[in-house]
Design a protein around this ligand. Structure first.
Ligand SMILES: Cc1cc2nc3c(=O)[nH]c(=O)nc-3n(C[C@H](O)[C@H](O)[C@H](O)COP(=O)(O)OP(=O)(O)OC[C@H]3O[C@@H](n4cnc5c(N)ncnc54)[C@H](O)[C@@H]3O)c2cc1C
Length: 301
């Protein structure tokens, strides 16, 4: 480590937004595990974010962005350096031609409500996916046969303090994947939507929410832990390997949905990592398929 606490303090001094020291990441992950981040920043706006990013670069300090933490497993040793939350970059602006400019800090729920209220269809599939719009873009979140990038006209990011805009068609994305350069932060996107009657959009939202009944697993989780392999369902492979209810420490394969790993109350990140490694091994032995984590694993062991 070539930087010190004093370097971090110099970063914190440059930021107008909120500053937290040794912030437990279990508060920012839906799995409710994870050690502390040395410095946790919530910049007040885009200029404040730029100041933070530049100060971090000057100090050679590593950083990462967290959204809602619904797809995040933070190791027990926590995160060295800085974690940035874009919660306050939460603007939504309606533009001509059924377009919507949405900041990374907007929640999917606020976005889908706003779009429906303004008779803009096409993004309502996000209504049942927890998290921030920045997280939805970074993960190319999807459900009900749709995915976020199908609606992205342009993507705005920041790298080294510089704002970059690329067309949605120029972005490299795939199943739960968006290619970003190291240190690139998603600021938001312009969506191209369809004018549609509000009641029709809301009817679909209700249908999508109702379909999620089977995901009410009763314990903290991060949704699907593994990606579905091509032509397969990860939950089925895990079930066939006999792992429903398999427990390591406080982490368990949900009894309700076998691709959901749940925190029974006192789990540590290490329990989830051991359980995930065991699942991968057994599924490989049983079906020959290599599962890949959908959940992003970060931090130190
Ligand atoms: C009950 C439940 C159901 C779910 N159902 C679905 C589903 O149907 N479909 C689906 O796709 N997902 C689903 N998920 C997973 C999760 O909701 C999505 O992946 C969501 O998009 C994550 O958003 P987030 O803001 O929580 O991101 P986080 O978990 O905070 O971050 C995810 C990753 O993106 C990075 N990141 C976040 N924001 C930015 C940014 N602005 N710039 C750069 N990097 C960033 C983080 O560093 C991390 O690597 C579900 C989760 C739960 C708990």
């Amino acid at each position: 480590m070539t930087w010190s606490r004093a370097d971090l303090e110099r970063v914190a001094e440059r930021v107008r937004g909120s500053v937290l020291w040794d912030e437990p990441m279990s508060r920012h992950s839906s799995l409710r595990v994870g050690g502390p981040a040395d410095l946790f920043l919530e910049p007040a706006d885009q200029d404040d974010l730029k100041a933070a990013v530049e100060a971090l670069l000057e100090g050679g300090i590593p950083s990462m962005v967290v959204g809602g933490g619904y797809n995040l497993l933070v190791r027990d040793g926590g995160i060295r350096g800085c974690v940035i939350s874009l919660k306050r970059l939460d603007t939504m602006d309606q533009m001509p031609g059924a377009r919507l400019d949405v900041g990374a800090g907007v929640t999917n729920q606020a976005l889908t409500r706003f779009a429906a209220e303004n008779c803009l269809g096409g993004i309502e599939f996000l209504c049942g996916i927890p998290g921030s719009f920045g997280g939805a873009l970074t993960m190319n979140a999807g459900a009900n046969g749709s995915e976020t990038f199908l609606r992205v006209e342009s993507l705005t990011t920041m790298r080294g303090g510089e704002v970059l805009v690329r067309k949605g068609t120029e972005a490299e994305y795939g199943y739960r994947y968006l290619k970003l350069e190291p240190g690139e932060i998603v600021l938001g996107a312009r969506l191209r939507l369809e004018p549609e009657e509000r009641r029709l959009i809301e009817a679909r939202m209700q249908e999508y929410i109702a379909k999620r009944g089977g995901q009410r697993v009763g314990f903290p989780n991060a949704g699907s832990f593994f990606k579905n392999p091509p032509g397969e369902n990860a939950w089925r492979l895990i079930d066939q390997a006999g792992l429903r209810g398999k427990t390591v420490g406080g982490a368990q394969v949900s009894e309700v949905h076998t691709n959901f790993l749940v925190n029974r109350g006192d789990a540590r990140a290490a329990d989830f990592l051991t359980l995930a490694a065991f699942i991968k091994l057994r599924v490989k032995e049983e079906s020959g398929v290599e599962l890949e984590e959908e959940v992003r694993i970060v931090g130190e062991g």
